[in-house]
Design a protein around this ligand. Structure first.
Ligand code: ADP
Ligand code: MG
Length: 475
Protein backbone atom coordinates (compact mmCIF):
# COMPACT_ATOMS: atom_id res chain seq x y z
CA UNK A 1 0.00 0.00 0.00
CA UNK A 2 1.32 3.38 -0.91
CA UNK A 3 1.70 6.16 1.56
CA UNK A 4 -0.78 8.91 1.07
CA UNK A 5 -0.53 12.52 1.89
CA UNK A 6 -3.20 14.38 3.78
CA UNK A 7 -3.87 16.31 0.61
CA UNK A 8 -4.59 13.41 -1.69
CA UNK A 9 -6.49 11.68 1.05
CA UNK A 10 -8.83 14.60 1.50
CA UNK A 11 -9.52 14.79 -2.19
CA UNK A 12 -9.82 11.04 -2.60
CA UNK A 13 -12.94 11.04 -0.51
CA UNK A 14 -14.22 14.32 -1.86
CA UNK A 15 -16.78 12.39 -3.84
CA UNK A 16 -18.61 11.60 -0.66
CA UNK A 17 -19.52 15.20 -0.25
CA UNK A 18 -22.65 14.85 -2.27
CA UNK A 19 -25.12 17.64 -2.73
CA UNK A 20 -26.45 17.10 0.78
CA UNK A 21 -22.91 17.48 2.14
CA UNK A 22 -22.64 21.07 1.04
CA UNK A 23 -22.32 23.83 3.51
CA UNK A 24 -25.65 25.39 3.62
CA UNK A 25 -27.79 26.83 6.35
CA UNK A 26 -28.89 24.24 8.85
CA UNK A 27 -32.37 24.53 10.32
CA UNK A 28 -32.71 26.79 13.34
CA UNK A 29 -33.15 23.99 15.80
CA UNK A 30 -29.90 22.37 14.82
CA UNK A 31 -28.14 25.72 14.92
CA UNK A 32 -29.42 26.14 18.42
CA UNK A 33 -28.04 22.77 19.48
CA UNK A 34 -24.72 23.72 17.97
CA UNK A 35 -24.70 26.93 20.02
CA UNK A 36 -25.37 24.96 23.18
CA UNK A 37 -22.63 22.46 22.41
CA UNK A 38 -20.23 25.34 21.82
CA UNK A 39 -21.12 26.96 25.09
CA UNK A 40 -20.60 23.72 27.00
CA UNK A 41 -17.31 23.06 25.27
CA UNK A 42 -16.07 26.53 25.95
CA UNK A 43 -16.76 26.10 29.64
CA UNK A 44 -14.98 22.77 29.60
CA UNK A 45 -11.81 23.58 27.77
CA UNK A 46 -11.35 27.27 28.44
CA UNK A 47 -11.33 30.33 26.22
CA UNK A 48 -7.88 29.88 24.78
CA UNK A 49 -8.25 26.37 23.48
CA UNK A 50 -11.79 27.15 22.40
CA UNK A 51 -10.68 30.18 20.45
CA UNK A 52 -7.90 28.28 18.74
CA UNK A 53 -9.64 25.06 17.85
CA UNK A 54 -13.39 25.22 18.12
CA UNK A 55 -14.37 28.75 17.30
CA UNK A 56 -13.33 28.37 13.65
CA UNK A 57 -15.68 25.40 13.24
CA UNK A 58 -18.87 25.95 11.29
CA UNK A 59 -21.97 23.86 11.37
CA UNK A 60 -22.81 22.53 7.93
CA UNK A 61 -25.76 20.32 8.57
CA UNK A 62 -27.34 17.48 10.45
CA UNK A 63 -27.83 14.67 7.94
CA UNK A 64 -29.55 11.63 9.38
CA UNK A 65 -27.61 10.78 12.52
CA UNK A 66 -24.52 12.61 11.40
CA UNK A 67 -23.48 16.16 12.12
CA UNK A 68 -21.18 17.74 9.56
CA UNK A 69 -18.86 20.51 10.66
CA UNK A 70 -16.50 22.52 8.47
CA UNK A 71 -12.95 23.24 9.51
CA UNK A 72 -10.45 25.56 7.75
CA UNK A 73 -7.40 23.29 7.40
CA UNK A 74 -6.41 19.66 7.27
CA UNK A 75 -4.13 20.17 10.24
CA UNK A 76 -6.91 21.55 12.39
CA UNK A 77 -9.12 18.76 11.26
CA UNK A 78 -6.65 16.11 12.45
CA UNK A 79 -6.25 17.89 15.71
CA UNK A 80 -9.93 18.22 16.40
CA UNK A 81 -10.64 14.65 15.38
CA UNK A 82 -8.02 13.40 17.78
CA UNK A 83 -8.76 15.76 20.60
CA UNK A 84 -12.29 17.09 20.65
CA UNK A 85 -14.50 15.17 18.26
CA UNK A 86 -15.55 12.55 20.79
CA UNK A 87 -16.47 15.23 23.23
CA UNK A 88 -18.46 17.18 20.67
CA UNK A 89 -20.32 14.02 19.78
CA UNK A 90 -21.01 13.15 23.40
CA UNK A 91 -22.37 16.59 24.23
CA UNK A 92 -24.48 16.66 21.13
CA UNK A 93 -25.92 13.22 21.73
CA UNK A 94 -26.98 14.38 25.14
CA UNK A 95 -28.94 17.27 23.60
CA UNK A 96 -30.20 15.26 20.71
CA UNK A 97 -30.04 11.47 21.05
CA UNK A 98 -30.42 10.92 17.32
CA UNK A 99 -26.92 12.31 16.73
CA UNK A 100 -24.49 9.41 16.48
CA UNK A 101 -21.44 10.75 14.70
CA UNK A 102 -19.55 13.89 13.88
CA UNK A 103 -17.91 14.41 10.52
CA UNK A 104 -15.34 17.09 9.92
CA UNK A 105 -14.96 18.51 6.46
CA UNK A 106 -12.04 20.63 5.36
CA UNK A 107 -13.40 23.88 4.03
CA UNK A 108 -11.90 24.81 0.67
CA UNK A 109 -9.67 27.91 0.58
CA UNK A 110 -11.65 31.12 0.61
CA UNK A 111 -13.85 29.90 3.39
CA UNK A 112 -17.04 30.26 1.39
CA UNK A 113 -19.45 27.42 1.01
CA UNK A 114 -18.40 25.50 -2.09
CA UNK A 115 -20.45 25.78 -5.23
CA UNK A 116 -22.31 22.65 -6.28
CA UNK A 117 -19.70 21.32 -8.76
CA UNK A 118 -17.02 21.38 -6.06
CA UNK A 119 -18.49 19.60 -3.08
CA UNK A 120 -16.67 19.89 0.20
CA UNK A 121 -14.28 17.08 0.87
CA UNK A 122 -16.00 15.28 3.66
CA UNK A 123 -13.70 13.08 5.63
CA UNK A 124 -15.23 10.46 7.86
CA UNK A 125 -14.18 10.44 11.49
CA UNK A 126 -13.20 6.83 11.47
CA UNK A 127 -10.02 5.09 10.24
CA UNK A 128 -9.57 6.52 6.78
CA UNK A 129 -8.33 9.82 8.15
CA UNK A 130 -4.77 8.69 8.87
CA UNK A 131 -2.32 11.35 7.85
CA UNK A 132 0.69 10.44 5.76
CA UNK A 133 2.88 7.69 7.09
CA UNK A 134 0.62 6.40 9.79
CA UNK A 135 0.31 2.97 8.26
CA UNK A 136 3.85 2.46 9.41
CA UNK A 137 4.00 4.22 12.68
CA UNK A 138 1.84 5.28 15.53
CA UNK A 139 -0.52 8.21 15.74
CA UNK A 140 0.86 11.49 16.95
CA UNK A 141 -0.81 12.57 20.16
CA UNK A 142 -2.39 16.00 19.64
CA UNK A 143 -1.59 17.06 23.17
CA UNK A 144 2.12 16.66 22.63
CA UNK A 145 3.26 19.79 20.82
CA UNK A 146 5.88 22.46 21.29
CA UNK A 147 3.11 24.76 22.49
CA UNK A 148 2.36 22.51 25.44
CA UNK A 149 5.98 21.75 26.28
CA UNK A 150 7.37 23.83 29.13
CA UNK A 151 10.96 24.87 28.70
CA UNK A 152 13.46 25.05 31.55
CA UNK A 153 17.16 24.66 32.14
CA UNK A 154 17.10 20.85 32.12
CA UNK A 155 15.53 20.59 28.67
CA UNK A 156 16.28 23.85 26.87
CA UNK A 157 19.07 22.41 24.77
CA UNK A 158 16.99 19.43 23.67
CA UNK A 159 14.04 21.69 22.83
CA UNK A 160 16.23 24.02 20.78
CA UNK A 161 17.60 21.05 18.86
CA UNK A 162 14.12 19.62 18.31
CA UNK A 163 12.80 22.94 17.06
CA UNK A 164 15.72 23.32 14.74
CA UNK A 165 14.99 19.92 13.22
CA UNK A 166 11.30 20.70 12.92
CA UNK A 167 11.88 24.02 11.20
CA UNK A 168 14.57 22.93 8.73
CA UNK A 169 13.99 21.66 5.23
CA UNK A 170 17.22 19.72 5.16
CA UNK A 171 18.57 17.92 8.22
CA UNK A 172 20.62 20.32 10.32
CA UNK A 173 22.12 17.28 12.04
CA UNK A 174 21.46 13.63 11.49
CA UNK A 175 20.36 11.94 13.57
CA UNK A 176 19.04 14.03 16.39
CA UNK A 177 19.57 11.75 19.35
CA UNK A 178 17.50 12.65 22.43
CA UNK A 179 18.16 10.87 25.67
CA UNK A 180 17.13 11.11 29.30
CA UNK A 181 15.36 9.29 32.09
CA UNK A 182 11.78 8.08 32.12
CA UNK A 183 9.02 10.68 31.95
CA UNK A 184 11.19 13.67 31.13
CA UNK A 185 9.64 14.51 27.78
CA UNK A 186 11.45 12.57 25.05
CA UNK A 187 8.29 11.21 23.48
CA UNK A 188 6.60 14.58 23.88
CA UNK A 189 9.37 16.30 21.94
CA UNK A 190 9.29 13.74 19.15
CA UNK A 191 5.56 14.16 18.68
CA UNK A 192 6.06 17.92 18.74
CA UNK A 193 8.59 17.64 15.93
CA UNK A 194 6.16 15.49 13.96
CA UNK A 195 3.27 17.93 14.36
CA UNK A 196 5.38 20.92 13.42
CA UNK A 197 6.80 19.25 10.34
CA UNK A 198 3.34 18.20 9.19
CA UNK A 199 1.98 21.62 9.91
CA UNK A 200 4.68 23.26 7.81
CA UNK A 201 4.26 20.82 4.94
CA UNK A 202 1.45 18.28 5.07
CA UNK A 203 2.95 16.35 2.18
CA UNK A 204 6.02 15.34 4.13
CA UNK A 205 5.88 11.76 5.30
CA UNK A 206 6.33 11.60 8.99
CA UNK A 207 6.73 8.28 10.70
CA UNK A 208 6.92 7.93 14.46
CA UNK A 209 7.21 4.55 16.10
CA UNK A 210 8.88 2.79 18.97
CA UNK A 211 11.92 0.64 18.42
CA UNK A 212 9.85 -2.29 19.58
CA UNK A 213 7.31 -1.70 16.87
CA UNK A 214 10.06 -1.32 14.31
CA UNK A 215 11.41 -4.69 15.36
CA UNK A 216 8.00 -6.26 15.35
CA UNK A 217 7.21 -5.05 11.86
CA UNK A 218 10.52 -6.22 10.58
CA UNK A 219 10.03 -9.65 12.11
CA UNK A 220 6.61 -9.87 10.48
CA UNK A 221 8.19 -9.01 7.15
CA UNK A 222 10.90 -11.62 7.69
CA UNK A 223 8.28 -14.21 8.48
CA UNK A 224 6.38 -13.47 5.30
CA UNK A 225 9.72 -14.00 3.52
CA UNK A 226 9.29 -10.70 1.77
CA UNK A 227 11.11 -7.81 3.32
CA UNK A 228 11.18 -5.67 0.20
CA UNK A 229 7.93 -3.77 0.88
CA UNK A 230 9.12 -3.16 4.42
CA UNK A 231 12.41 -1.74 3.21
CA UNK A 232 10.76 0.39 0.56
CA UNK A 233 8.21 1.79 2.94
CA UNK A 234 10.70 2.81 5.54
CA UNK A 235 13.11 4.23 3.04
CA UNK A 236 10.50 6.49 1.53
CA UNK A 237 9.77 8.57 4.61
CA UNK A 238 10.95 12.15 5.06
CA UNK A 239 11.16 12.10 8.81
CA UNK A 240 11.68 8.88 10.73
CA UNK A 241 11.43 8.98 14.51
CA UNK A 242 12.27 5.90 16.53
CA UNK A 243 11.42 6.09 20.21
CA UNK A 244 13.03 4.10 23.04
CA UNK A 245 15.87 2.68 21.03
CA UNK A 246 17.24 0.86 24.08
CA UNK A 247 14.73 -1.89 23.32
CA UNK A 248 16.27 -2.71 19.99
CA UNK A 249 19.43 -4.09 21.53
CA UNK A 250 20.46 -7.65 21.06
CA UNK A 251 18.26 -8.67 18.13
CA UNK A 252 20.88 -9.00 15.44
CA UNK A 253 18.89 -9.05 12.23
CA UNK A 254 16.72 -6.13 13.34
CA UNK A 255 19.80 -4.14 14.27
CA UNK A 256 21.18 -4.87 10.85
CA UNK A 257 17.98 -3.71 9.18
CA UNK A 258 17.76 -0.65 11.37
CA UNK A 259 21.32 0.23 10.43
CA UNK A 260 20.60 -0.09 6.71
CA UNK A 261 17.38 1.88 6.94
CA UNK A 262 19.20 4.50 8.90
CA UNK A 263 22.01 4.79 6.36
CA UNK A 264 19.66 4.80 3.40
CA UNK A 265 17.65 7.66 4.87
CA UNK A 266 20.70 9.69 5.83
CA UNK A 267 22.10 9.27 2.33
CA UNK A 268 18.87 10.57 0.87
CA UNK A 269 18.94 13.59 3.10
CA UNK A 270 15.96 12.54 5.22
CA UNK A 271 15.80 13.44 8.87
CA UNK A 272 16.08 10.86 11.61
CA UNK A 273 15.25 11.42 15.26
CA UNK A 274 16.06 8.80 17.87
CA UNK A 275 15.34 8.65 21.57
CA UNK A 276 16.68 6.39 24.27
CA UNK A 277 17.02 6.33 28.01
CA UNK A 278 20.80 6.63 27.79
CA UNK A 279 23.46 8.03 25.51
CA UNK A 280 24.65 6.19 22.39
CA UNK A 281 27.89 5.19 24.11
CA UNK A 282 25.96 3.62 26.99
CA UNK A 283 23.64 1.64 24.76
CA UNK A 284 25.33 -1.67 25.35
CA UNK A 285 24.01 -4.52 23.32
CA UNK A 286 24.12 -2.32 20.27
CA UNK A 287 26.71 -2.99 17.60
CA UNK A 288 29.68 -0.71 17.73
CA UNK A 289 29.18 0.67 14.21
CA UNK A 290 25.60 1.62 15.02
CA UNK A 291 26.60 3.23 18.25
CA UNK A 292 29.23 5.36 16.59
CA UNK A 293 26.86 6.23 13.75
CA UNK A 294 24.29 7.45 16.26
CA UNK A 295 26.76 9.95 17.63
CA UNK A 296 27.41 11.54 14.25
CA UNK A 297 24.55 13.95 14.51
CA UNK A 298 23.57 15.86 17.58
CA UNK A 299 23.25 14.15 20.93
CA UNK A 300 21.05 16.11 23.32
CA UNK A 301 20.25 14.98 26.82
CA UNK A 302 17.26 15.96 28.91
CA UNK A 303 18.28 16.33 32.53
CA UNK A 304 16.14 15.50 35.55
CA UNK A 305 13.67 18.27 36.37
CA UNK A 306 14.45 21.14 38.67
CA UNK A 307 12.00 22.62 41.15
CA UNK A 308 11.49 25.65 38.87
CA UNK A 309 10.66 23.50 35.87
CA UNK A 310 8.29 21.33 37.86
CA UNK A 311 6.47 24.37 39.13
CA UNK A 312 6.33 25.84 35.63
CA UNK A 313 4.86 22.65 34.24
CA UNK A 314 2.28 22.46 37.01
CA UNK A 315 1.24 26.06 36.50
CA UNK A 316 0.83 25.53 32.78
CA UNK A 317 -1.16 22.33 33.21
CA UNK A 318 -3.34 23.72 35.97
CA UNK A 319 -4.21 26.70 33.81
CA UNK A 320 -5.01 24.48 30.86
CA UNK A 321 -7.46 22.35 32.82
CA UNK A 322 -9.37 25.37 34.00
CA UNK A 323 -9.54 24.46 37.69
CA UNK A 324 -8.27 26.95 40.19
CA UNK A 325 -5.32 25.39 41.99
CA UNK A 326 -3.69 27.68 44.55
CA UNK A 327 0.00 28.39 44.06
CA UNK A 328 0.74 26.91 47.49
CA UNK A 329 -0.58 23.56 46.36
CA UNK A 330 1.45 23.67 43.16
CA UNK A 331 4.56 24.51 45.17
CA UNK A 332 3.82 21.67 47.51
CA UNK A 333 3.57 19.22 44.62
CA UNK A 334 6.67 20.58 42.90
CA UNK A 335 8.73 20.10 46.02
CA UNK A 336 7.37 16.69 46.96
CA UNK A 337 7.04 14.88 43.66
CA UNK A 338 10.44 15.06 42.10
CA UNK A 339 10.79 11.86 40.12
CA UNK A 340 9.47 12.82 36.71
CA UNK A 341 6.89 14.82 34.86
CA UNK A 342 4.57 11.91 34.28
CA UNK A 343 4.07 11.39 38.00
CA UNK A 344 3.70 15.10 38.53
CA UNK A 345 0.98 15.27 35.89
CA UNK A 346 -0.74 12.25 37.35
CA UNK A 347 -0.82 13.86 40.79
CA UNK A 348 -2.27 17.10 39.45
CA UNK A 349 -4.89 15.25 37.46
CA UNK A 350 -6.06 13.35 40.50
CA UNK A 351 -6.43 16.54 42.49
CA UNK A 352 -8.26 18.34 39.74
CA UNK A 353 -10.59 15.42 39.21
CA UNK A 354 -11.36 15.19 42.89
CA UNK A 355 -12.01 18.91 43.09
CA UNK A 356 -14.39 18.87 40.18
CA UNK A 357 -16.25 15.81 41.44
CA UNK A 358 -16.72 17.11 44.96
CA UNK A 359 -16.88 20.78 43.97
CA UNK A 360 -14.49 21.56 46.77
CA UNK A 361 -11.68 24.06 46.54
CA UNK A 362 -8.21 22.61 46.19
CA UNK A 363 -6.08 22.77 49.32
CA UNK A 364 -2.84 21.27 50.57
CA UNK A 365 -4.76 19.07 53.00
CA UNK A 366 -6.87 17.75 50.19
CA UNK A 367 -3.75 17.09 48.07
CA UNK A 368 -2.12 15.27 50.96
CA UNK A 369 -5.16 13.12 51.43
CA UNK A 370 -5.58 12.20 47.77
CA UNK A 371 -1.91 11.64 47.13
CA UNK A 372 -1.13 9.68 50.27
CA UNK A 373 0.30 6.73 48.39
CA UNK A 374 2.31 8.79 45.92
CA UNK A 375 3.77 10.96 48.65
CA UNK A 376 4.70 8.01 50.76
CA UNK A 377 6.51 6.45 47.79
CA UNK A 378 8.27 9.76 47.15
CA UNK A 379 9.39 9.95 50.76
CA UNK A 380 10.75 6.46 50.59
CA UNK A 381 12.80 7.25 47.53
CA UNK A 382 16.31 6.01 48.02
CA UNK A 383 19.16 8.50 47.73
CA UNK A 384 22.71 7.89 46.66
CA UNK A 385 23.86 8.95 50.09
CA UNK A 386 21.71 6.31 51.78
CA UNK A 387 23.14 3.70 49.49
CA UNK A 388 26.68 4.78 50.29
CA UNK A 389 25.92 4.70 54.00
CA UNK A 390 24.40 1.25 53.83
CA UNK A 391 27.30 -0.13 51.82
CA UNK A 392 29.86 1.45 54.13
CA UNK A 393 28.16 -0.07 57.16
CA UNK A 394 27.73 -3.42 55.57
CA UNK A 395 31.38 -3.76 54.62
CA UNK A 396 32.78 -1.92 57.62
CA UNK A 397 34.31 0.92 55.64
CA UNK A 398 34.32 4.72 56.01
CA UNK A 399 32.21 7.17 53.97
CA UNK A 400 35.43 8.64 52.56
CA UNK A 401 36.10 5.30 50.88
CA UNK A 402 33.14 5.90 48.59
CA UNK A 403 34.72 8.97 47.07
CA UNK A 404 38.41 8.23 47.46
CA UNK A 405 40.75 7.13 44.69
CA UNK A 406 41.88 4.01 46.59
CA UNK A 407 41.91 1.01 44.30
CA UNK A 408 42.43 -1.87 46.75
CA UNK A 409 39.90 -4.55 46.08
CA UNK A 410 38.40 -4.42 49.59
CA UNK A 411 37.43 -0.79 48.96
CA UNK A 412 36.95 -0.75 45.22
CA UNK A 413 34.52 -3.65 45.06
CA UNK A 414 32.07 -2.25 47.66
CA UNK A 415 32.30 1.08 45.88
CA UNK A 416 31.30 -0.66 42.67
CA UNK A 417 28.44 -2.32 44.49
CA UNK A 418 27.29 1.09 45.68
CA UNK A 419 27.46 2.52 42.18
CA UNK A 420 25.52 -0.45 40.87
CA UNK A 421 22.84 0.01 43.52
CA UNK A 422 22.69 3.73 42.75
CA UNK A 423 22.03 2.89 39.13
CA UNK A 424 19.27 0.38 39.77
CA UNK A 425 17.60 1.98 42.78
CA UNK A 426 17.65 5.67 41.90
CA UNK A 427 16.68 7.58 38.77
CA UNK A 428 20.10 9.24 38.67
CA UNK A 429 22.09 9.25 35.44
CA UNK A 430 25.53 7.72 35.11
CA UNK A 431 27.34 11.08 35.07
CA UNK A 432 25.46 12.17 38.18
CA UNK A 433 26.32 8.97 39.98
CA UNK A 434 29.95 9.43 38.95
CA UNK A 435 29.97 12.91 40.43
CA UNK A 436 28.68 11.62 43.74
CA UNK A 437 31.45 9.05 43.91
CA UNK A 438 34.31 11.49 44.01
CA UNK A 439 33.89 12.97 40.56
CA UNK A 440 34.31 9.75 38.64
CA UNK A 441 33.64 9.53 34.95
CA UNK A 442 30.35 8.03 33.75
CA UNK A 443 32.28 5.28 31.95
CA UNK A 444 33.69 4.22 35.31
CA UNK A 445 30.15 3.93 36.66
CA UNK A 446 29.09 2.00 33.59
CA UNK A 447 32.01 -0.33 34.06
CA UNK A 448 31.08 -0.86 37.70
CA UNK A 449 27.48 -1.62 36.82
CA UNK A 450 28.48 -4.19 34.22
CA UNK A 451 31.08 -5.70 36.49
CA UNK A 452 28.64 -6.21 39.35
CA UNK A 453 25.98 -7.52 37.01
CA UNK A 454 28.44 -10.07 35.66
CA UNK A 455 29.93 -11.01 39.02
CA UNK A 456 26.58 -11.72 40.60
CA UNK A 457 26.23 -14.67 38.27
CA UNK A 458 29.64 -16.09 39.22
CA UNK A 459 30.18 -15.06 42.81
CA UNK A 460 27.58 -16.36 45.27
CA UNK A 461 28.87 -14.28 48.13
CA UNK A 462 28.68 -11.07 46.15
CA UNK A 463 25.20 -11.91 44.91
CA UNK A 464 24.07 -12.41 48.50
CA UNK A 465 25.68 -9.16 49.61
CA UNK A 466 23.88 -7.26 46.86
CA UNK A 467 20.57 -8.88 47.73
CA UNK A 468 20.96 -8.13 51.42
CA UNK A 469 21.79 -4.49 50.69
CA UNK A 470 18.85 -4.15 48.34
CA UNK A 471 16.48 -5.54 50.94
CA UNK A 472 17.85 -3.25 53.60
CA UNK A 473 17.53 -0.17 51.39
CA UNK A 474 14.08 -0.97 50.15
CA UNK A 475 12.65 -1.83 53.55
P1 ADP B 1 9.57 10.12 28.15
O1 ADP B 1 9.23 9.77 26.73
O2 ADP B 1 10.86 10.86 28.25
O3 ADP B 1 9.49 8.97 29.09
P2 ADP B 1 7.16 11.69 27.96
O4 ADP B 1 7.48 12.51 26.76
O5 ADP B 1 6.23 10.55 27.74
O6 ADP B 1 8.49 11.17 28.66
O7 ADP B 1 6.62 12.65 29.11
C1 ADP B 1 5.83 12.17 30.19
C2 ADP B 1 4.68 13.12 30.43
O8 ADP B 1 5.17 14.34 30.93
C3 ADP B 1 3.92 13.45 29.16
O9 ADP B 1 2.57 13.57 29.46
C4 ADP B 1 4.49 14.79 28.74
O10 ADP B 1 3.54 15.55 28.05
C5 ADP B 1 4.82 15.42 30.07
N1 ADP B 1 5.98 16.33 30.01
C6 ADP B 1 7.29 15.98 30.11
N2 ADP B 1 8.07 17.05 30.06
C7 ADP B 1 7.26 18.12 29.90
C8 ADP B 1 7.47 19.53 29.78
N3 ADP B 1 8.70 20.07 29.82
N4 ADP B 1 6.38 20.31 29.63
C9 ADP B 1 5.15 19.79 29.62
N5 ADP B 1 4.87 18.48 29.73
C10 ADP B 1 5.92 17.64 29.87
MG1 MG C 1 8.75 7.91 25.95
Amino acid sequence: MALRTGQSLASSVAGRGTAEGRMGAAPGEVQQQWQQVRTLLRAEIGDTAFGTWLKPLDLVELAGDRVVLAVPTQFMRDWIVANYADRIRALWTRLNPSVRSITLAVRPPGGEPPAPPAPAPVVPLEPANEPAGEELGARLDPRLTFETFVIGKPNEFAVAAAEKVAMSNTPPFNPLFLYGGVGLGKTHLMHAIGWRVRQRDPSRRVVYLTAEKFMYQFILALRSKDTIPFKELFRSVDLLMVDDLQFITGKDSTQEEFFHTFNALVERGRQIVISADRSPSDLDGLEERIRSRLSWGLVADIHPTTYELRLGILQTKAEACGVDVPLRVLEFLASRITSNVRELEGALNRIVLQASLTRQPVSIEMAQEILKDVLRAADRRITIEEIQKAVVEYYGLRMADMTSARRQRQVARPRQVAMYLAKILTPRSLPEIGRRFGGRDHTTVMHAVRQIERLQAEDRQLAEDVEALKRRLQA
